[in-house]
Design a protein around this ligand. Structure first.
Ligand code: 7PM
Length: 289
C-alpha cells in the first residue's frame, strides 16, 4: 500500500466539492425547446422534480442552463434567460442537496444566480462576453472555461485546425491569463475542451483519446459528451434517444483519461458505470503510492 495521495477539492460557494472520486454533473435544461409539450417555459415543478431525481441518482452537481447553444437556435434575450433561470436556481438551492452549476455566458445571470446560492459558473464562452470576467470574479465561485471554435449557429459548418491540441492550448493559456488578471486564480478554474463545439468527428475522437493532455494546467478537467452528435455519427446515425450506451462509454473513457467531472443527461447509468471506474482508479493510485 502506498501513502495516501493528496486529496483535491473545489470550494463552490459555501460547499466543498471533493474531486477524489469522479463527479457526475446532471444536465437540467430550462429552455422551452428542451421539452415536448410546447410550453414556453419549463415549469418550476418539473425542473425541481428532475433535479431531485438526478441528485438521488448520484449527481453532485446540477448544471442549469436556459440559453440553448444548439446550432441555429434563436438567441435568448437577457431578460428571458434571467426569468427562466433564477427561479429554478432559487428552488433547487433550497430543496436539493447538490451544488448548482449555471450554464451561462451572461454577467447578470452569473451574479444573480450566485446570490441565490449557485456554486459554480459553467461558461461555454469562457468569460469572453463583455463584463463576464469581472462578474465571475466578484462571485468568488469556480469557473469552467470551455473551448468553442466560432459561434453556435455556424461552428459545425467547417471546423478546421492546424493542430487541435496546440490551438486549444493557446486558447486556454490566454483565457487562464485573462482570468488571473481579473482576480480569478487558477485554483478556481476548470478546463473543458468543448466536445462538439466547432469540432469534426475526428477532432472529437482525438480530444477524447488525448483528454489527459488538458491536465497540464493543474486544473480539474470537465468533459461533456452526453448524447452528442459525434456519438450518433459513431453509431451510424443514431437519433438522440438512442445514444445512452455510447454516452456511458464516453463518460467512462473520459474519466479513465483524466476527467474529474462528466456532464451528463443520464445520471444513474453514468454513476453506476463510474463506480466501477472509480474502484479501478483508486486501486491504481494505491499501487502507485
Ligand atoms: C444543443 C447543442 C443543445 C449543444 C445542447 C448542447 C457543454 C456545456 C453544453 C459541454 C460544458 C449539450 C450542449 N455542452 N458545458 N454545455 N461542456 N462545460 O450537448 O460539453 O448539452 S450544451
Amino acid at each position: 500500500m502506498g501513502s495516501p495521495v493528496m486529496s483535491s477539492f473545489l470550494q463552490c460557494g459555501t460547499r466543498p466539492l471533493s474531486l477524489d472520486r469522479p463527479v457526475v454533473m446532471g444536465i437540467l435544461n430550462v429552455t422551452p425547446d428542451s421539452f415536448s409539450d410546447g410550453g414556453r417555459y419549463i415549469t418550476l415543478d418539473s425542473a425541481l422534480h428532475q433535479a431531485v431525481q438526478m441528485q438521488a441518482d448520484g449527481a453532485q452537481l446540477i448544471d442549469i442552463g436556459a440559453e440553448s447553444t444548439r446550432p441555429g437556435a434563436t438567441p435568448v434575450s437577457l431578460q428571458e434567460e434571467l426569468d427562466r433561470m433564477l427561479p429554478v436556481v432559487e428552488a433547487v438551492a433550497r430543496e436539493v442537496d447538490a451544488i448548482i452549476s449555471i450554464d451561462t455566458s451572461s454577467p447578470q445571470v452569473m451574479t444573480g444566480a450566485a446570490a441565490l446560492g449557485a456554486g459554480l459558473i459553467n461558461d461555454v464562452r469562457a468569460l469572453q462576453r463583455p463584463g463576464a470576467l469581472a462578474a465571475a470574479a466578484s462571485t468568488g465561485l469556480p469557473v469552467c472555461l470551455m473551448h468553442m471554435q466560432g459561434e453556435p449557429d455556424t461552428m459545425q459548418l467547417q471546423p478546421r485546425y492546424e493542430n487541435v491540441f496546440a490551438q486549444l492550448d493557446a486558447f486556454f493559456d490566454a483565457r487562464i491569463a485573462a482570468c488571473e488578471a481579473a482576480g480569478i486564480s487558477k485554483s478556481r478554474l476548470l478546463i473543458d475542451p468543448g466536445f462538439g463545439f466547432g469540432k469534426s468527428l475526428a477532432h472529437n475522437v482525438a480530444l477524447l483519446d488525448g483528454l489527459a493532455h488538458f491536465r497540464r494546467w493543474g486544473c480539474p478537467v470537465l468533459a461533456g459528451l452526453s448524447r452528442k452528435s459525434m456519438l450518433g455519427a459513431l453509431l451510424g446515425g443514431a437519433p438522440v434517444d438512442q445514444r445512452l450506451h455510447a454516452s456511458v462509454a464516453a463518460a467512462v473513457l473520459s474519466v479513465m483519461n483524466g476527467a474529474a467531472i462528466v456532464r451528463v443527461h443520464d445520471v444513474k447509468a453514468t454513476a453506476d458505470a463510474l463506480a466501477v471506474v472509480s474502484a479501478v482508479l483508486r486501486h491504481r493510485s494505491q499501487e502507485a503510492g
